[in-house]
Write a protein that binds this ligand. Structure first.
Ligand code: NAD
Ligand code: ZN
Length: 341
């Protein structure tokens, strides 16, 4: 089969031929239709510090996918050949305290497809049946291929009650933009999104009814005044990994405000803790998606009017994968979807 692989420990990814994976009794084999390119795949392409320490070579990359089940293991009795699906790319262990108490997304033994295990950028993917998420007819393959990052957005956005609240999202990357769409969908009052990249803010307004603020040029306080907000935002969703954005968030939150942190800072970053203490702010770190609560919730929201389609800005056949990666690296794309059909 065709597979997009990290074949050598240096910059780049290469289209190779790999054997179709053999499945075990508890697995399924999925024929891949569409895949999404993630920031993680860019780290692996670039072969940065994190990637070279984490990813064994050779490795088929990719973890955002939608496809169709073509083979099922002999112990699998709740899935069918022909079933369209996406799936959770975190393969969990069953031994840790967290796993055994049903908090699968907090399992420390988790291994990621496309990172620690052969991934989804291939014609076929082996996946434990446990990880499969069947897709209803209303969710087509290209939306199915971005459920992984939509899940990050949903998990982060639903960390706190947003109904009637003023929400500040820092970072208008694909995940920040989708989080804004979720905040709107669940009934937030004002949703403001910040970035320093105008193209990203313009994209945000094509996806969702949100107030864009270019913090390189505009002052957040001025926007708050215009929106009639007196004491600041109730909830902050940090989606940039940028220290300045986090400081700005803390500064613009109400007393007792709540922050969910998804963005990953590049290294240790200084935090003004006394400010957080005196403002009585709650901070929650967010990793991945809840398995499978986030999946249920996001599929239900998509079936009931949540629309994130416009966050997909580029579509390529997989033979043009280099164009897809170039679009991602330009910093102006939303989601880039590759078709394997
Ligand atoms: P992205 O890099 O595409 O988007 C980040 C955006 O933040 C960019 O548009 C950038 O211009 C913007 N930004 C930079 N400085 C800013 C500032 N001072 N104020 C406001 N915005 C600023 O990332 P993404 O794919 O949308 O992912 C969002 C973040 O979430 C990333 O940091 C990513 O690493 C992280 N992430 C975390 C998890 C997790 O499990 N915790 C999972 C996926 C992604
Ligand atoms: Zn991803």
């Amino acid at each position: 089969m065709k597979a997009l692989e990290k074949s050598e420990p240096r910059e780049g990814l290469w289209m190779t031929r790999a054997p179709v994976p053999e499945i075990g009794p508890d697995d399924v084999l999925i024929k891949i239709n569409k895949t999404g390119i993630c920031g993680t795949d860019i780290h692996i392409w670039n072969w940065d510090d994190w990637a070279s320490k984490t990813v064994p070579v050779p490795m088929i990359t990719g973890h955002e996918f939608a496809g169709e089940i073509v083979e099922i293991g002999r112990n699998v009795d709740d899935l069918e050949v022909g079933q369209r699906c996406s799936g959770e790319g975190h393969l969990i262990g069953k031994h840790s305290r967290q796993s055994r108490s049903g908090k699968f997304h907090l399992d420390p033994e988790t291994r990621g497809i496309g990172v620690n295990e052969q991934g989804a950028f291939a014609e076929y993917l082996r996946l434990p049946a446990f990880n499969v998420v069947p897709l209803p007819d209303e969710i087509d393959d290209e939306i199915g291929a971005i459920l992984d990052p939509l899940g990050n957005a949903v998990h982060t956005a639903l960390s706190f009650d947003l109904v009637g609240e003023d929400v500040l999202i820092t970072g208008a990357g694909p995940i920040g933009i989708m989080a804004a769409a979720v905040a709107r969908h669940v009934g937030a009052r004002n949703v403001v999104i910040t970035d320093v990249n105008q193209a990203r803010l313009d994209l945000a307004t094509r996806v969702v009814d949100v107030v864009p603020v270019n913090v390189a040029r505009e002052d957040l306080k001025g926007i708050e005044k215009k929106l009639g907000m007196k004491e600041g935002f109730d909830v902050g969703l940090e989606m940039s990994g940028n220290q300045i954005a986090l400081d700005q968030m803390v500064e613009n939150l109400v007393m007792g405000g709540r922050i969910a942190l998804l963005g990953i800072p590049p290294g240790k970053s200084p935090v003004d803790w006394s400010r957080i203490v005196f403002k009585a702010i709650t901070i929650k770190g967010v990793y991945g998606r809840e398995i499978f609560e986030t999946w249920y919730k996001m599929i239900a929201m998509l079936q009931n009017g949540l629309d994130v389609r416009n966050v997909i800005t580029h579509r390529f056949g997989v033979d043009d994968f280099e164009k897809g990666f170039a679009a991602m690296k330009s910093g102006e794309a939303g989601k880039v979807v590759l078709s394997w059909q």
